[in-house]
Design a protein around this ligand. Sequence first.
Ligand code: PBG
Length: 331
Amino acid sequence: MRSSYPALRLRRTRASGWSRALHRETILTSADLIWPLFVTEGRGVEEPIASLPGVSRWSVDGIAARAKEAVSLGIPCIALFPNTQRDRRSDDGAEALNPDNLMCRAIRAVRDACGQDVGILTDVALDPYTAHGQDGLLDASGYVVNDDTVAVLVDQAINQANAGADIIAPSDMMDGRVKAIRMALEMAGHNNVQIMSYAAKYASAFYGPFRDAVGSGGLLKGDKKSYQMDPANSEEALREVALDIAEGADSILVKPGLPYLDIVTRVKARFEVPVFAYQVSGEYAMIEAAAAAGAGDRDALVLETLMAFKRAGCSGVLTYHAAHAARLINA
Ligand code: PBG
């Protein structure tokens, strides 16, 4: 038996706030958020990032303070990205393997400040450390070579795990890196260090402000299309995800976020794994620009977009709006 108008009026359950609350299918909590933070050298330093209004780079002490803030807001996890000084960058990105690099110092400071109260997610890719701004090693023609890059990424991941990272997040899109990193973590006794794989990461125009934030934007020549995915493809995303699960990924990341929610939904429908999405820097900047131009209410835009990720099937979202959103949700 199927009901139809006028017996069925879908507006009936929407008529009041209590009823809308009762019928709400998706909930957004501060525990759904991962907060990306940019680290810079120095002490007591806060550097605003022009292309990401409202987001700053913090020196290690400031990162520890932000991590404490995350704990107090109920945000379970932070993601760290270093702005490596120009003179520490090289063609082979060797600074990524330095146990005292900015990233490792930030990891240790957060651990000291917060103990196990916050998860520390660390990005594995060479772009914050290379002089050319690509995520891997180049051959003579400028092509990013796969297998030699994977060998370095493994060492980078172990370096981060040794410093205390909880989740290794390879964002480089090399083939075979999840398996290599998982095996190395097991061999090194890091059995409980997770891998959140950027399985479906697209060669996107939405990463611009991030590249400014980590200082690789001005260095990068060309694009990343020989390793990041073509925005036209979604079958290929499913193949990438299947491979990364088989290689040992604990969870999957789709990136960018809002323009790729169809990918989230397809992945979630196909595989029984936790799926996360990254609302990337260009998406953040777009919301801030819209709000500044009076084209929409900032708080409403933030909460609506984050809810959309949950509705699409995400377990959680990386977002630069994490602290602001948590304050709104907790209010
Ligand atoms: C690099 C990396 C990028 C982002 C996260 N890790 C940029 C890129 O691939 O060039 C983008 C995040 C954002 O735009 O917020 N490995």
